[in-house]
Design a protein around this ligand. Structure first.
Ligand code: NAD
Length: 278
């Protein structure tokens, strides 16, 4: 299905990122190769992984087997919290596991403010970016305070902040802060991780019925129309196709507003102020 045309977003360093991709958290290394191979076959060109997911090798095998030119692919991986004191070592270990010559986007996975090592890690990423091995650098789960500290200490602004973001947790203040600084926002948990009633909410099901689309497609479309980068996770081929079939309709202003009104500050994941992952 090479007819999948995903728009790109230009990052503040000039690089382009496909606005839609596939996330592979909680996809075992044993199945990730099949999942990523199917996604690439369907037309996905952007894969979001992390050293923490322990499936970089499988992602790399799928990419190698695909025969798709490296220039057409966008691969994100992340520096795990316990590696913040050795960002270069961790980066090269990820590169080796992925079997790639280059990582498109490397993120500091969490700010871990209780450890105080994120600024040092960020300095390490600044040394990597722009080398042939690393195109763009960014962060994940960073709050305004953490972004401000990085900028104050290093003067270098992240290209991306990947945060928990879905209609039940909309992070408006943080999104505005990022927009003001040209930091692209990427959503994790974009569908509410399949553990909320998000896809049953009338604002979502009503728009789905109106457009002949599924609730998941409506929520993905809501993210896209807000300018957010999104990579819903699924291991099912049919859902991969469904989640990517979101470029042939548009939500109206009223439909967007009805979903905007679902914000409940309902966080599903860790609190970035205290989360260490240990
Ligand atoms: P998600 O919102 O993408 O939820 C995935 C779940 O939604 C699936 O397991 C399934 O239950 C359901 N789903 C998927 N497609 C569906 C469909 N078409 N219809 C109905 N249900 C459907 O949550 P996620 O996996 O947490 O987030 C996406 C990606 O974000 C991850 O795979 C990972 O790459 C990234 N992520 C990053 C962080 C971070 O700290 N940076 C944390 C979590 C996830």
């Amino acid at each position: 299905m090479s007819e999948l045309h995903v728009p790109a977003i230009q990052l503040n360093d000039g690089n382009l990122i496909p606005q839609l991709g596939l996330g592979v958290w909680r996809v075992d290394d044993a199945v990730a190769e099949r999942v990523v191979s199917e996604a690439l076959e369907i037309g996905y060109r952007h894969i979001d992984t992390a050293s923490f997911y322990q499936n970089e090798r499988a992602v790399g095998r799928a990419i190698a087997a695909s025969g798709i030119s490296r220039d057409e692919l966008f691969v994100t991986t992340k520096l795990w919290n316990t590696d913040q004191r050795d960002p270069h070592g961790a980066f090269h270990a990820s590169l080796e596991r992925l079997g790639l010559d280059k990582i498109d986007l490397y993120l500091v996975h969490w700010p871990v403010p209780t450890k105080g090592t994120a600024v040092g890690a960020w300095r390490g990423l600044i040394e990597l970016v722009g080398s042939p091995e690393c195109d763009s650098i960014g962060v994940s789960n960073f709050e305004i305070e953490h972004l401000t500290e990085l900028q104050r200490e290093t003067g270098v602004v992240a290209a991306v902040n990947q945060i928990e973001l879905h209609p039940l947790h909309q992070r408006r203040e943080l999104r505005e802060f990022c927009a003001d600084r040209g930091i692209a926002v990427a959503a994790w948990g974009p569908l509410g991780q399949g553990i909320t009633d998000l896809l049953q909410r009338p604002a979502v099901t009503g728009a789905a019925a109106a457009h002949g689309k599924t609730p998941a497609q409506v929520v993905i479309r809501w993210h896209l129309q807000h300018g957010t980068i999104v990579f819903p996770k699924t291991t099912h081929r049919e859902r991969m196709i469904e989640n990517a079939a979101v470029f042939d309709f548009a939500l109206s202003e009223a439909e967007m507003a009805a979903i905007d009104a679902l914000d409940a500050q309902h966080r599903l994941g860790g609190d970035p102020y205290v989360f260490t992952g240990e």
